[in-house]
Design a protein around this ligand. Structure first.
Ligand code: FES
Length: 89
């Protein structure tokens, strides 16, 4: 699974670093309990502004893309839930 977290200035301001930290924490949880999760590797990438914030006047930050699903105004909790739903056995 590929997770891209925007670390452009708008998204950073709105807490994307926190989301990155939480995903890191989740990786530890998975490592400690590998039987509860499928083997799919959790690939996390921090990406400079993905341009979503520039294409609209609305506030979309922070932006996280999980596989090919884009999450606007992402929260750590919503991102964790989405990831866990996909990898939990
Ligand atoms: S700073 Fe994240 S989409 Fe622009």
């Amino acid at each position: 699974m590929k997770v891209k977290v925007c670390v452009g200035s708008n998204c950073t301001l709105m807490g994307s670093m926190n989301i990155l930290d939480q995903i890191d924490g989740l990786k530890d949880i998975i490592r400690e309990d590998p039987d509860s999760y499928n083997d799919e590797e959790l690939e996390v990438e921090a990406i400079k502004c993905m341009e979503f914030c520039k294409k609209t006047d609305k506030n979309v930050a922070p932006v996280v893309v999980v596989d090919d699903e884009t999450m606007y105004n992402a929260t750590g909790q919503a991102v964790m839930e989405k990831i866990i739903k996909k990898i939990r056995i």
